[in-house]
Design a protein around this ligand. Structure first.
Ligand SMILES: [Ca+2]
Length: 89
């Protein structure tokens, strides 16, 4: 079972599918806490919206196919994706 406390936050990269994981946005902050009160730690990670969306074709409100890439403290690579509605100020 995936355990958030085993994630190495320094390896996290977040961005569009067409951008290499190596140049996607790095996390600017991360914290562990039981956000949904299920008794298991969750990791909340903050990324710069500009850094995540700067490689998009235009700076408009839209859905992005965003991927999270990272490694555990044991060096295991993991990926996750979802469609995210980015609303720019
Ligand atoms: Ca939890």
């Amino acid at each position: 079972m995936f355990d958030a406390k085993n994630v190495d936050p320094g390896t996290l990269r977040f961005g569009p599918n067409h951008v290499s994981p190596y140049i996607r946005a790095a996390a600017i902050d991360s914290n562990l806490g039981d956000i949904n009160n299920d008794g298991r730690l969750d990791m909340v990670v903050t990324f710069s919206v500009y850094a995540v969306t700067s490689s998009a074709p235009s700076q408009v409100d839209c859905f992005y196919d965003l991927w999270l890439w990272g490694e555990t403290l044991n060096g295991e690579i993991f990926v996750a994706k979802d469609y995210v509605n980015v609303v720019l100020p």
